[in-house]
Every structure is written in C-alpha cells, then in structure tokens.
Design a protein around this ligand. Structure first.
Ligand SMILES: [Zn+2]
Length: 463
C-alpha cells in the first residue's frame, strides 16, 4: 500500500462536509469507492451506508466507521446578518473563536465566514481572562442583513464546519479536518480493496459507514439491528495526547505507536476475547499496537452495537490522532497502514483462529425442553460466539468450522513440492517471519500466503 494512494484517499474523504445526520456528501464519495468492492450495498433510513462482502461462511463480522464529523448548525440569524451556531458533537468552545468556518448553503454552495470575537481593546480586563461561551460567538459571512443571508441560501439549520485545506506535514504525517472518523472510513475502504484482491474471505464482512455517531451513536444502533452481527468492531480515530504538558498516564494513546485497542471506555467494556484476538492478529501481522488507556471518557459505535438485540461481542480498533474535535487533527500514515494490516489479518482469521474460548454460558432449558438460545442465522452459522456450543468442551464443531477444516485438509494433503513458492513461504515462516512479512518479502498476495501457512500449521499440529 503506497503512501500516495492513502494520501489521495484521505484527501478525498476529508473534503466533503458531513455533520451528524447530514452525511450525504461523504456517503456519495464512499458509495463510489466501495461500489466495485462489495457484493451488496444499501443505504438505510438514517443514512448508514452498508456494504456486504460475502465470505465462505455466513458468520457476520460487522466493521463500523462513522462518516459524520463534529460541526454546527446555524441556530439564529440576526437583522445585521450575523449567524449564531449550535454545536453538533463535542466541541471545546475555547478553540472556536477567530476561525474560518464554511457554511453549506441550500444548493450545496460553500459560504465562508469568520467566527467573530471581541477585540482585546474593548474587553474588560476581567472578561479577557474568561473563555468565550459558544452562545456568545457569531459568524460574519459578509452579509449586511438577514435578507442578504437568505439570498446566500443560508437558513436556520444550515450545516457549518471549521474548514481548512488538507496539509501534508513532514515525517509522513498529515493535518486535516474530520480525520475523526474519515481515517477509519479510509481504513475500511482499503480493507475492502484488499479483500476484493485476495479472494473470498472466510467470514461475511459487513462494513457500516455510520451516520450520526457524534450525537450518540445513532446510526450504528439501527445498523446493528439490521445486520445482526455475530461479532463487531468499531474502527475509530482516538485522541493521541503525546504532546508537551501531558504526563504519560494521561495520554490515552501515542501517535506512531500503531493501532490502539480499547479495553474500557465510556460506551463499552470490550469483549476480552475480541481484545485478545486483535492483539494476536497484530502480532501475526507483525505490527506494533497499543492499548488505549482505559478511561470513563470517549465512546464509540461499538458501545451501541454491543447492546443491540441480544448483545454482540464487540471491540474497538483506533487510529491515534492528535487534536481531534478541533479544526485540525494530525495523523501518522504508518498508524493507518498498520491498522489496515491488523484488520486484514483479523478478518482472515476470524473467528475460528481469532477468538479464544467463549465463556461457558449454560444453555437454559425451558419446561417444554426447548433450549433458549439464538436460532442459527442462515441455518448454518450455528451458535454465535458466546453460547455453550462455542465453548468447545466436547461440543461438535460448528458447520462452517467443519467445512473450512475439510477444505483445508483436502488441499493440504497434496504432497509437498520442494522449491515451490509455498515451500519458500514455509521456510520463511519457520524462520519466524509473520504472514504479512512473508507476503511482502515474496511479493505474494496475503491470502495466498495465509492459506499456505494455515494449512502448514494445521498439519504440524496433527503430527
Ligand atoms: Zn469518532
């Protein structure tokens, strides 16, 4: 994956404006990007864009990244033509004054405006020490009257963001608006590209580009209801605070240290098996990772998905970014690359080799003798993770497990041919290389290498 490709994608995805519930521009860009990569695409009533990549098993892995960004809507227009703003999503009002905002007019036109602030010359010394409150700030779009504002196509409810151009910084880092969570959207587009290039994934991957996360995970909540995932990951952008003045225990993540795995945040306690499987996938992929320091702050769509229907095992993979929920975020391209690497391995191994043993939950019998447990989706996916059958103490293997094993054995029973590419993969694997490293070193598709190594490992375990 080359940097210029990723830069193009980030530029393309951070350009559109999409405040919560008004993600149309972002959705259109994503729709064009994923349309050739998915078996099925739909847009639901709340504006979620759902792309399905069918796999060998009906087990559904939901991967979610939100399209919306923190922003504003115009909340008042006065006689002189000044606008007031109401926030959509979590803003720090201290950082808003004097910025350039872009208001989106009814016909989609971008209208620039300046967030006005009182000049220091006329401020009381006492007032100059106080931060501005959002309700005291106003936007000057150059209009002389409310009528001129109306003529621009701006009305109560018009969306607005603080907007500056995408910038490439030194050191393979970028500064952009809306990296939270267009960087996650970019990661999932890149993942879908790899899955399309690497043949049928072992499980069905359902990607949800979610609406309205920043106002309480509204899109993901209804998307999860429709998708009924067996397992879910939110692919997010989270605060990196490795900056001057913040002691290490207060830095949720560090930029450049790889994807961050959530253990606990405000919205969820991540499923421990999912966290363990993600950590295993990271080492398999040969990428460094970090744990996001547990805290009662910050939530993600995983929190809403985990609590949908009868509950879904869920986790979060985050790309660290500095200064999120601010005019500019800063992101390290390596963290994005590594996040995609980790996700690809997770999908390729999921759930058979990715999840550890499920908690031994008793199957409760009702008086008529029927087991109170979830019906097998599609008649095949079998007991979802978290039921007694998946616990594995003498339980029969799930249908897709048997199928995959059968297939693997069939191929693996061919005699080894020394000197083939497969043989080279095995030798490199024995030298301690990860699947990803082997794929890179031999310039081979990841899925090909993974298939060879998986069968090799299975064979070694049998003997
Ligand atoms: Zn986010």
């Amino acid at each position: 994956m080359e940097d210029h490709r990723v830069l193009d994608l980030l530029r393309k995805l951070t350009g559109p404006i999409g405040v919560p519930g008004m993600e149309d521009e972002v959705r259109q860009v994503l729709l064009e990007l994923v349309e050739p990569l998915a078996d099925q695409i739909r847009v639901d009533a709340l504006g979620n864009l759902i792309a399905v990549r069918r796999g060998r098993s009906p087990f559904r892995l939901m991967l979610d990244a939100h399209m919306d960004e923190v922003g504003f809507v115009v909340s008042y227009i006065d006689d002189q033509g000044f606008l007031r703003l109401a926030p959509l999503g979590g803003w720090d009002a201290r950082i808003i004054p004097s910025h350039l905002v872009t208001v989106v007019a009814d016909d989609g036109r971008r209208v620039p405006g300046v967030v006005g602030s009182t000049p220091p010359h006329i401020l009381d010394p006492e007032d100059s020490k106080k931060p501005h409150r959002l309700e005291d700030l106003f936007v000057d779009v150059g209009a002389r009257s409310a009528a001129e504002v109306a003529a621009l196509g701006i009305r109560i409810g018009s969306p607005a963001v603080i907007a500056y151009p995408f910038v490439e910084l030194d050191g393979r880092r970028v500064a952009a608006r809306a990296l939270d969570d267009r960087a996650g959207c970019a990661a999932l587009v890149l993942l879908l590209e790899r899955l399309a290039a690497g043949g049928e994934p072992p499980v069905t991957v359902v990607v949800n580009f979610a609406a309205a996360e920043e106002v309480g995970m509204r899109g993901a909540q209804v998307a999860a209801y429709q998708i009924e995932p067996d397992l879910a990951l939110a692919v997010e952008t989270t605060a990196a605070a490795d900056v001057p003045g913040v002691p290490p225990p207060r830095q949720p993540t560090r930029m450049g240290a790889g994807p961050a795995l959530t253990v606990v945040d405000r919205s969820l306690v991540a499923d421990r098996r999912v966290v363990a499987a993600l950590a295993a996938a990271a080492s398999e992929a040969g990428v460094p990772f970090q744990y996001r320091l547990p805290s009662a702050a910050g939530g993600t769509d995983a929190g809403a998905i985990q609590r949908s229907r009868a509950g879904v095992p869920a986790g979060v993979v985050s790309i660290p970014a500095r200064y999120i929920h601010a005019p500019y975020g800063v992101l390290d391209l390596d963290d994005l690359h590594r996040t995609v690497d980790l996700l690809e391995v997770f999908v390729r191994q999921c759930p058979l080799e990715g999840l550890g043993p499920a908690p031994a939950m008793p199957v409760v019998e009702d008086r008529s003798g029927g087991a109170l447990r979830r019906a097998a989706p599609g008649g095949d996916a079998g007991a979802a993770v978290g039921t007694a059958e998946a616990a594995g103490d003498g339980a029969p293997p799930r249908p897709q497990q048997a199928g995959r094993r059968g297939r693997g054995r069939g191929r693996g029973s061919r005699p080894l041919r020394p000197g083939t590419k497969s043989d080279l993969f095995r030798q490199l694997y024995d030298q301690g290389k990860s699947v990803l490293e082997i794929a890179r070193e031999t310039n081979s598709p990841y899925s090909f290498v993974y298939g060879v190594i998986r069968r090799y490992r299975a064979r070694r375990e049998q003997t």
